[in-house]
Design a protein around this ligand. Structure first.
Ligand SMILES: O=P(O)(O)OC[C@H]1O[C@H](O[C@H]2O[C@H](CO)[C@@H](O)[C@H](O)[C@H]2O)[C@H](O)[C@@H](O)[C@@H]1O
Length: 525
């Protein structure tokens, strides 16, 4: 199971827009950029390396990839210098190229880049251009995003400016509140300007920071373009598919594309396939809202049914069971009301076990003051919008708009984004009629799930982890089980997902859990 070849088909009917990074995806300017960075830093380091120290040049492979690739120019300078223990005043974007400031060095790098651009012109990846044209012919709108302020110059020099409806580049970063990659802002902004739901957009990126940004923006499909032997890092950053070149994709259009997406098989119809024998004991990981309880208009009204509580209790005697929720740990624990299982709250940042175990993802606690400040700003900024509800969890803040009139929703989205930008270190995610702010660190339901599996000794042969969930944050958990477990999505639609099976609604989840309990009881007797 799950060891099939990656699906390299793209059905145009599944998407409304395609968003492309520029350097490394469409054009080959990455090499020109890398050479300009090297010329800049080598000259600078040579001048500033004390005579008795060894000069360590900028490494065009590792330093480029780690510190500057995909980042805004000045952030690239700052990041690399910091790695070398050098601190310079930030200065101002107007600084002359020979000023000894972060901005001065950034401007010097740009001069070096433009010289190279002029000397060599821009090369494009022909297969990328072919795909962009084909996607446009199939009716998708297209955007190009780049942290570079030379984006327009590069597009024009390559003669491809007219292939994009929207361009978001380093100039937008400079003149707006947008944060650079890996923050999702540029990808979200592209969708706003294309008037497209991120779930209906495809993102193409060759940098890990870019893949992380598209993933965090909730793109329906994130395609990592592996130009530099970083397949694994792109996958871990959030790429659904990693390819070496866009020519590998097979685009289905017309009648082929309008065919409905493959409907996942029903988990209830496939129980024998899911649990084929007794050689692997199931370990159950369950989301709460939308999975164990139906979605209701007020979060405080999402109560667990009594019969389902009894089923969960019955299961805790038969197998390992955990509830992994976006809710606050205490809230979800109280709602489930059983002390015999494991719980993870705040999307996995806060975990508790039945014997009093408590684990808080350590890095997350550093962000508590930022979350407190963001919560105050959200409460003050959105107080006048009827129906808007702020729900504070220890490690995240939900802004609910299920009861808000449709025309007020964009204002809420913009306010949450502005507050996120004013509080560096937070990431914005979206769920069912909800905007969430949480620490921008590499932790999610999928990581929490793998942590629990390791801690409980469930990552060995002999266990079969099953995760049931309904929302975008559950995709991280489905992805985490791709190789050794099973994901079941609660849905009545045909969304693009990492899950293997579907269930229609929480009632079907309850039926499935009862069937599993019966099987386990039978095999125990
Ligand atoms: O991971 P989960 O357990 O599914 O939690 C995700 C969020 O669920 C809750 O919000 C959602 O359910 C509400 C009640 O049905 C609904 O009103 C809201 O629109 C949904 O987004 C919860 O309130 C959030 O804190 C969770 O992050």
């Amino acid at each position: 199971m799950n060891h099939t070849a990656p699906d390299k088909s793209l059905s145009a009917g599944d998407f409304d827009a395609a968003v492309f990074d520029l350097d490394g995806v469409i054009t080959r300017t990455a090499r020109l950029h890398a050479a300009a960075w090297k010329a800049l830093f080598d000259e600078y380091l040579k001048q500033h390396t004390p005579a008795d120290d060894t000069f360590q040049p900028f490494d065009i492979e590792s330093d480029y990839r780690r510190y500057v690739d995909g980042k805004p120019r000045y952030e690239g300078v700052r990041s690399f210098l910091e790695a070398r223990g050098i601190e310079l005043p930030y200065g101002s974007p107007h600084d002359a190229p020979d000023a000894e400031t972060v901005c001065g060095l950034g401007n010097r790098k740009n001069r070096l880049f433009l010289q190279r651009l002029e000397a060599g012109g821009v090369e494009v990846f022909d297969t990328s251009i072919e795909l962009i044209r084909a996607l446009r012919d199939a009716g998708l709108r297209t955007a190009v995003i780049s942290s570079s302020r030379n984006c327009q110059a590069v597009l024009e020099s390559a003669g491809i400016a007219d292939l994009f409806d929207v361009r978001i580049d380093g100039t937008d970063l400079q003149h707006s509140d947008l944060a650079g990659k890996p923050a999702p802002d540029m990808f979200l902004q592209a969708c706003r300007r294309l008037d497209c739901d991120p779930a209906r957009a495809i993102g193409f990126e060759d940098a890990v920071a870019g893949v992380q940004a598209a993933h965090a923006a909730g793109y329906g499909r994130v395609i990592g373009v592996n130009r530099d032997d970083q397949h694994q890092a792109l996958r871990e950053g959030g790429a659904d598919l990693v390819i070496a070149d866009l020519g590998e994709l097979r685009l289905a259009t017309g009648a082929e594309a309008t065919r409905p997406a493959r409907r996942l098989p029903s988990a209830l119809d496939c129980l024998d396939e899911i649990l084929p024998g007794n050689d692997r004991e199931p370990a159950l990981f369950l989301d709460y809202d939308g999975t164990l309880t139906p979605i209701v208009s007020r979060p405080e009204d999402a109560d667990l049914g009594e019969t389902l509580r009894l089923t969960l209790q019955r299961l805790t005697g038969l197998c390992k069971l955990a509830v992994i929720s976006g809710r606050d740990l205490d809230d979800v624990r109280e709602r489930v009301g059983l002390d015999t299982l494991w719980y993870a709250g705040s999307h996995g940042f806060d975990i508790a076990g039945p014997a009093g175990q408590h684990f808080q993802y350590q890095k997350g606690t550093d962000y508590l003051p930022i979350l407190d400040a963001a919560e105050r700003a959200l409460t003050a900024g959105l107080a006048d919008i009827p129906g808007c509800q702020i729900e504070r969890k220890r490690f995240s803040i939900a802004t609910h708009y299920r009861r808000v009139s449709e025309d007020a929703v964009p204002r809420i989205g913009q306010a949450v984004e502005a507050i996120r930008n004013a509080h560096p270190g937070l990431r914005l995610t979206q769920g069912k009629k909800i905007f969430e702010l949480q620490p921008d660190i590499d932790w999610d339901k999928g990581r929490a799930l793998r942590w629990m599996m390791r801690t409980l000794g469930l990552d060995r042969h002999g266990y079969l982890p099953l995760y049931i969930g309904d929302d975008v944050t559950d995709e991280d958990a489905f992805r985490a089980l791709k190789d050794d477990g099973i994901g079941i999505l609660v849905t009545q639609d045909n969304p693009s997902t990492h899950a293997d099976y579907r269930l229609d609604d929480p009632a079907a989840v309850e039926t499935l859990l009862n069937h599993i309990a019966e099987r386990l009881e039978r095999s125990a007797s």
